[in-house]
Design a protein around this ligand. Structure first.
Ligand code: HEC
Ligand code: HEC
Length: 153
């Protein structure tokens, strides 16, 4: 839990900011409220990106009536890193790119398959059993262990 592995992808539930053991994201990118966010990517200790309700990685502003393309849009939050003398702040990540799909699940989720779309969200490529790198991503299925205690890895 402290390594950060389970926090690589966190679902936003009931429009509330996810809770992390040591870090806190001050707010979603400008123009968005937590209720407009489906998942936070990262968000633990290093940096955070955000996915919209359609499952695309947020790259553009949202006003009440339209989405505005902007290559300078500050859509990634970086936590302070005293080791390299950096303060916390916002920066660009593929800003202005139209519809950046979340095709990152093979490394950032547990039980990933490239088929289908998680939660039927059009911006997500593939499905997973759990977001983030959870216990069974490294240890294998717990069902194998309960079936045969010698068969753990
Ligand atoms: C091939 C595997 C792989 C893929 C695919 C991948 N990542 Fe990662 N990502 C990693 C690893 C490994 C780390 C941790 C690196 C480290 O801590 O130095 C990481 C770290 C991150 C972090 C920092 C997380 C934090 O806690 O601060 C973010 C944000 C991130 N990735 C976003 C993405 C996005 C968005 C995509 C898809 C566009 C993506 N990654 C695709 C392997 C991958
Ligand atoms: C990123 C990969 C990874 C994840 C995720 C992970 N583990 Fe581990 N786990 C390991 C490794 C590697 C070891 C062996 C560490 C060692 O021997 O020092 C280990 C050791 C253990 C052990 C000790 C096993 C023994 O024989 O003493 C237990 C219990 C355990 N993990 C449970 C969990 C649980 C529960 C979770 C989820 C909350 C989890 N692990 C998540 C990689 C992982």
């Amino acid at each position: 839990m402290k390594s950060g592995h389970p926090w690589k992808l966190t679902k936003v539930v009931d429009g509330k900011p996810p809770k992390y053991p040591f870090s806190e994201i001050p707010r979603p990118p400008t123009g968005y409220q937590w209720k407009d966010i489906s998942y936070v990517i990262g968000g633990y200790h290093w940096k955070a990106r955000f996915m919209n309700k359609d499952g695309y990685i947020i790259t553009d502003w949202m006003t009440t009536t339209q989405v505005m393309s902007d290559t300078k849009y500050l859509n990634q939050y970086n936590f302070a890193n005293p080791d390299v003398g950096k303060e916390a702040g916002w920066t660009t990540y593929n800003s202005g790119v139209k519809q950046l799909p979340y095709n990152c699940g093979s490394c950032h989720t547990t039980g990933y398959t490239p088929q289908g779309r998680q939660g039927q969200l059009p911006g997500i490529v593939g499905t997973w059993a759990e977001p983030g790198i959870q216990c069974e991503a490294c240890h294998g299925p717990g069902s194998q262990h309960t079936a045969n205690r010698a068969a753990s890895r």
